[in-house]
Design a protein around this ligand. Structure first.
Ligand code: ATP
Ligand code: FE
Length: 355
């Protein structure tokens, strides 16, 4: 099967072509046009600007994805598109284009949950069998999921306030570092002493897999202000130490909660237990190392897709569409764009999942 994927739910306009079968597919092309510079002066993604940019760029991205793959629309078996959750203007642009392409070509249309795209990415890159455990951790999301099939996810817990990527970004802002904050805070942390500022480990003692990151930012703000009051500013070393303290706190919390998620998952008796991570924050080496240690403690394999497939992209949408299509899912022109669309509709705690 050859699927075209379309993604426009946040601030990346993307299209991709994926070919193969469930658990054995490869990426023929993947085009991602970011919008960081468009939103830079506003300090965050502006929905109206994002929607307009998606509408302008989607056609071009699709044309590029097809041409990079050496294909035309006639060679495509089905069209997969992110139908939510996300910023509604962007999602609508993508869905409208996908419907147009489907109606014009007669190719089947498949609406994909953006989070399912992230959660199924390891099946595209490493083909773990179901069920596997995933920590989905990005700028807008943070949750532990048991992935049982392309349509069956159990949410074990997640952040009750900020997503970690957001916390990294706010930390950078507090310390006068540029956006996106994750990579630069990580670089600074390498030069710092993680023990100098002992930041809190929120919810560490509470049972379950829920996490909280907004208190960390307040603690960091206090530590910074204390330094400023003491000596009229912070030195480079202070800044590096604050970054290191922050990153260590996030890594510790994630590792401990991953242990609990792992214990719940292992109870299901998976034949080859697998812990995977996806989302932009999966780029963080300290967090990765902490999770890898947890996987090893449980004799589980640790998988982390390459970064380009961890952050927003359309290859993951095409691939999730492929698995859904194999299972018989097809949508028609009534497919709706959904601003909210939790993966696990059985869990009452899904409401704390960020977006
Ligand atoms: P979502 O996918 O949930 O809609 P998003 O598009 O903001 O949100 P991603 O593109 O997956 O998320 O990831 C971006 C986030 O990852 C940013 O918050 C960024 O700071 C963070 N990030 C990137 N690299 C690192 C890193 N090395 N360490 C920590 N955080 C990082
Ligand atoms: Fe995403």
């Amino acid at each position: 099967l050859t699927l075209l994927g379309i993604e426009s739910s946040c601030d990346d306009t993307a299209a991709a072509v994926v070919r193969g079968t469930s658990g054995a597919a490869s990426v023929l092309s993947s085009v991602v046009e970011g919008q960081t510079s468009l939103h830079a002066e506003f300090g965050g993604v502006v929905p109206e600007i994002a929607a307009r940019a998606h509408a302008e760029r989607l056609d071009g991205c699709v044309a590029q994805a097809l041409s990079h793959a050496g294909l035309t629309l006639a060679d495509i078996d089905a069209i997969a598109v992110t139908a939510g959750p996300g910023l509604i203007g962007g999602v609508m642009s993508g869905v409208a284009l996908a419907k147009g392409l489907s109606a014009g070509s007669g190719k089947p249309l498949i609406g994909v949950n953006h989070l399912a795209g992230h959660a199924l990415t390891p099946r595209l890159t490493d083909s773990p069998s179901y069920p596997y455990l995933m920590l989905l951790v990005s700028g807008g999301h943070c949750q532990f999921l048991i992935v049982r099939s392309p349509q069956d996810f159990t949410r074990l817990g997640g952040t009750i306030d900020d997503a970690p990527g957001e916390a990294f970004d706010k930390t950078a802002r507090l310390l006068g570092l540029p956006q996106p904050g994750g990579p630069i805070v990580e670089t600074e942390a390498l030069k710092g002493d993680p023990k100098r500022f002992r930041l809190p480990r929120p919810l560490l003692d509470r049972a379950g897999c829920d996490m909280s990151f907004s208190g960390l930012k307040t603690a960091l703000l206090r530590a910074r202000d204390a330094l400023v009051a003491e000596k009229d500013g912070i030195t480079r070393q202070d800044r590096a130490d604050l970054c290191a303290g922050f990153q260590a706190a996030v890594s510790d919390v994630m590792a401990e909660k991953a242990r609990r998620a792992m214990a719940l998952y292992i109870e299901l008796g998976p034949i080859q237990p697998v812990l995977t991570v996806a989302g932009g924050v999966a780029a963080n080496k300290s967090i990765r190392a902490a999770l890898e240690t947890v996987a090893a403690e449980f004799g589980a394999q640790f998988l982390s897709p390459p970064l380009a497939l961890c952050t927003d992209n359309a290859a993951m949408i095409a691939y999730a569409g492929l698995e859904l299509f194999e299972m018989g899912q097809q949508d028609d022109l009534t497919l709706a764009a959904r601003p909210r669309w939790p993966l696990d509709t059985s869990s009452p705690s899904m409401l704390g999942s960020g977006k």
